[in-house]
Design a protein around this ligand. Sequence first.
Ligand code: GLN
Length: 308
Amino acid sequence: MNSRTNYQKAIVDIYHRIKNEENVGEVASYIPELSKVDPDKFGVCLKTVDEEEFGIGDWQTKFSIQSISKVLSLSLAYKKLGDKLWKRVGVEPSGSSFNSLVQLETDNGIPRNPLINAGAMVICDLLISHCDDANSDLLDFIRKICVNNNITYSKSIANSEKSVGYRNAALCHFIKSFENLENDPTDVLDFYFNMCSIELTCQELTRTFMYLVNDKFRTADNEQILNVSQAKRINAILQTCGFYDESGEFSFRVGLPGKSGVGGGILAIHPNEYVIAVWSPKLNKKGNSNRGMKFLELFTTITTSSIF
Ligand code: GLN
């Protein structure tokens, strides 16, 4: 049985061990603004189901969560639309990179899952159709769960991505050509870039994702974010699709549902136990944080706390 002390000791030991090793990989530079980040940043935060929290390193520094935000937009859309959602997007791992165009052609514009860029764009489209104002509703949703009004979009990161977002624009227009978007691709893209530009700390990430750990989680006004079955399904998608064409590798090495972003963040969930966020900006070739993957592999191995 793991106690908080065991988790805390493992985090301290692994953090120092990895910090002493060479920091390999490349910071994402295809979004110009992201290349400005200090590559040596390294933070970790763990929050247990009993609301105990432990952080180390740069755990209270904000960073660009990028694709981790796709879990939040998916959760909001699932809450609003229920299972109708799955008519527009699949639940199969893509085995392809996050921004791949190829499968859309044979799949008639239905993205394989909601965590690749194409799938996240369809979710953005659904939110635009079903919210009064998708941009502010998504922020309000996250602020309410995290109990933090200090969460915003980064205009500089969103604009930076938009200025070079040719591939995402291609994806979005391609989906529209199959009539799997209701709204204008320009509006969908603007919302998608805003969503990806959200900045959170590791501490804020763990607070925000408690609803996927603890089925008793309620907001201050006693709202349940997702029901037990919906939370199970989101965790299942995280397990199989959270790391693009490295989802199998993450599952094999770490054994937890999780989600990465090209800002170098990784969030992992142990249902009924804990949520852990790691941030280190240098990425491997698949676009996932090198030190983040290593940290989580060691953490679940040393504490024997994976779901398998
Ligand atoms: N905004 C990024 C993109 O669309 C998100 C990619 C990611 O974090 N994997 O390219």
